[in-house]
Design a protein around this ligand. Structure first.
Ligand code: AMP
Length: 461
C-alpha cells in the first residue's frame, strides 16, 4: 500500500471537510480527490505513461500538491525542479533528469516551457494507484547543477502507521518541492488533516496570521524561520500540539525559548535530501534542566543505521536514497552507506550530536585546528543584543583561515566587538577568537530558508 492509496482513501470520506488551503483557494476532500483524478487524466491524455519522468516546476499551492499525488498515482517518476535556478541551469537540469513531460505553475511559466498546471485537468476518471513510483529531489548548496537524489517509494515511510496518527491542522512553511515540505504535505493528506500552505517564500507575518486564523496545531520550521517567529511581536502562544524543527543547526538557546513559549511540544528532526529521516529527538525528552537534551538531534529513526567514521556521520537504511540519477546506486558503490557530510558523535546513551557541516568547519592556526562554526553561532546568540549569528572562515595568509562573524543585532550601536571577543575566548578558548565582524540587517538564506554560509564565505573570495 503506497501513500497514494491512503490519501485517496482518506479523501473518499467526509467529502465536505476542508483538506487543502493556500492563498485564496480552499479545497474540500471531495474536490481534492476529484482534482487528483482530473490531473492524472490530463497527464495520460497528453501521453504520459507509467515509468515516465515528469518534472514539476511549482510553488506552494493546493493544485501543485495534488499534481505531485497524480504523478505518483500514475506510477511515474516525479522530478522536483528547484525554485530559483537561472534559465540555463534550468534547461540543463531538465535535460539531465531525462523527463517525458514538464508541468509548470503559471506563475513560473516565463522561465520554463511546459504544460501549464491550470490547463492540465481532464475528466475525473477513477484509477487504481500504481504500486511503485519514484521521487527525484534536487540537492542544495553545491556549486554547479544540483544533484538529483532518487527515492523509490517502496523504501520510504511506513505510511500505514502514520495514518493512525490523529488528524490536525498542519501548516507547511517550507517548499513543497523540498523533502521537508513534501513530507508535511503527505503526512497531512494521509492523516486526514487540514493542510495549510504558507507562501513559497517564508514570511513571519503570514505565519502569524495563518497560525491564528486557521488555528494551526502542527507545523515544521527550518531554524531561521522559527527564530523570526519567536522574535515577532505577535508570536503565537501555546497553541501547538507539535512543532518540528530541523534542516539546519538549531541553537539550543532558541530551542529553550521555543519550549518556554509553546510548551513541551517542540522536537528536533535530522534529515537531508539524500536521507530523508536520520534521527529524531522527541519533544517529551527535551528537558530544560538538562542542556544536553537541547543539543542532541536525538536517536536514529527506526530502521536507520548511523555510524561515525573519522568524525563524519554515515547512514544506511530505508530512508536513504537509491543513489543520484545517472550514477551507480549506493548499494553498488558503498554497500548502501552514505556520508552525510555532517560531523558528529554519539553519547553513551545513543543520542547523536552534530558538531558542524564539514564544509562549515573553520580550519585555522599553526596546527590547522578545527573551529566548529556551529558552536560559535550557538554561543553568540546567548550574548545580549545578538539575534542571529553566522561564523565563517575568512582566508588568511598566515593562518589558513581566521574566524569572521556576521551578526544580526537588536541595535547596531549596542554591540561592542572587544567584549564579544572576550566572551568568546572565555567560553570557547583562544582558538575560537574572532578576528572580524560584519553587522548585517539579515543573514542570507538559501531557497529552503537555511542560513547560506556559502554566500557569506564568497564575500571574501
Ligand atoms: P538538505 O539536503 O537541504 O535537507 O540539507 C541537509 C543538511 O541539513 C544536513 O546534512 C545537515 O547538515 C543539516 N540538518 C538537517 N537537519 C538538521 C538538524 N536537526 N540539526 C542540524 N543540522 C541539520
Amino acid at each position: 500500500m503506497t501513500y497514494v492509496d491512503l490519501v485517496l482513501r482518506t479523501l473518499s470520506t467526509g467529502g465536505e471537510t476542508e483538506a487543502l488551503i493556500g492563498g485564496d483557494t480552499r479545497l474540500t476532500r471531495s474536490q481534492a480527490r476529484d482534482l487528483v483524478f482530473r490531473l492524472a487524466d490530463g497527464l495520460t491524455r497528453r501521453g504520459v505513461r507509467p515509468g515516465d519522468g515528469v518534472a514539476v516546476f511549482i510553488g506552494n499551492t493546493p493544485e501543485a500538491v495534488l499534481l505531485t499525488v497524480a504523478v505518483h498515482l500514475l506510477g511515474c517518476r516525479l522530478v522536483y525542479v528547484p525554485p530559483e535556478p537561472g534559465p540555463g541551469e534550468l534547461a540543463a537540469l531538465i535535460e539531465k533528469a531525462e523527463v517525458a513531460a514538464v508541468v509548470v505553475d503559471p506563475g513560473f511559466s516565463d522561465r520554463l516551457d511546459g504544460w501549464h498546471l491550470q490547463d492540465l485537468p481532464g475528466d475525473p476518471v477513477e484509477r487504481t494507484p500504481a504500486a511503485d513510483f519514484t521521487t527525484v529531489s534536487y540537492t542544495g548548496g553545491t556549486t554547479g547543477l544540483p544533484k538529483l537524489a532518487v527515492h523509490p517509494e517502496r523504501s520510504s515511510v511506513k505510511w500505514e502507521a502514520v495514518r493512525r496518527m490523529p488528524p490536525s491542522t498542519m501548516l507547511c512553511n517550507t517548499l513543497i518541492t523540498h523533502g521537508s515540505g513534501a513530507g508535511v504535505t503527505r503526512m497531512a493528506l494521509v492523516t486526514g488533516s487540514k493542510l495549510v500552505l504558507g507562501p513559497s517564500r517564508f514570511d513571519a507575518d503570514a505565519f502569524v496570521r495563518l497560525a491564528r486564523d486557521e488555528e494551526v496545531a502542527t507545523t515544521m520550521f527550518v531554524p531561521p524561520m522559527m527564530y523570526e517567529v519567536l522574535d515577532h511581536p505577535d508570536c503565537p502562544g501555546p497553541q501547538f500540539l507539535g512543532v518540528s524543527v530541523g534542516g539546519a543547526m538549531l541553537s539550543p538557546h532558541r530551542l529553550r525559548q521555543a519550549v518556554e513559549r509553546w510548551g513541551p511540544v517542540v522536537f528536533q528532526a535530522y534529515g537531508m535530501t539524500e536521507a530523508l529521516g536520520i534521527a529524531v529527538m522527541p519533544a517529551t525528552e527535551v528537558d530544560l534542566s538538562r542542556p544536553e537534551t537541547l543539543r542532541t538531534v536525538g536517536r536514529p529513526v527506526p530502521g536507520m543505521e548511523v555510524e561515525i567514521r573519522d568524525g563524519d556521520v554515515w547512514v544506511r537504511g530505508p530512508m536513504v536514497m537509491e543513489g543520484y540519477w545517472g550514477e551507480p546506486p549506493l548499494r553498488e558503490t558503498a554497500d548502501g552507506w552514505l556520508n552525510t557530510g555532517d560531523m558528529g558523535y554519539f553519547d553513551d546513551n545513543g543520542y547523536l550530536y552534530l558538531n558542524d557541516r564539514s564544509k562549515d568547519v573553520i580550519v585555522t592556526g599553526r596546527t590547522s585546528d578545527n573551529v566548529y562554526s556551529r558552536l560559535l553561532d550557538d554561543f553568540l546568540v546567548t550574548l545580549p543584543g545578538i539575534r542571529q549569528a553566522a561564523a565563517v572562515g575568512r582566508p588568511d595568509d598566515a593562518l589558513g583561515e581566521v574566524v569572521h562573524l556576521f551578526l544580526v543585532t537588536d541595535d547596531d550601536n549596542a554591540v561592542d566587538f572587544d567584549s564579544i571577543r572576550d566572551s568568546v575566548v572565555a567560553e570557547l578558548g583562544e582558538l575560537y577568537q574572532p578576528s572580524g565582524v560584519t553587522i548585517v540587517s539579515q543573514l542570507p538564506l538559501t531557497k529552503v530558508g537555511k542560513v547560506d554560509k556559502r554566500r557569506l564565505r564568497a564575500r571574501f573570495r
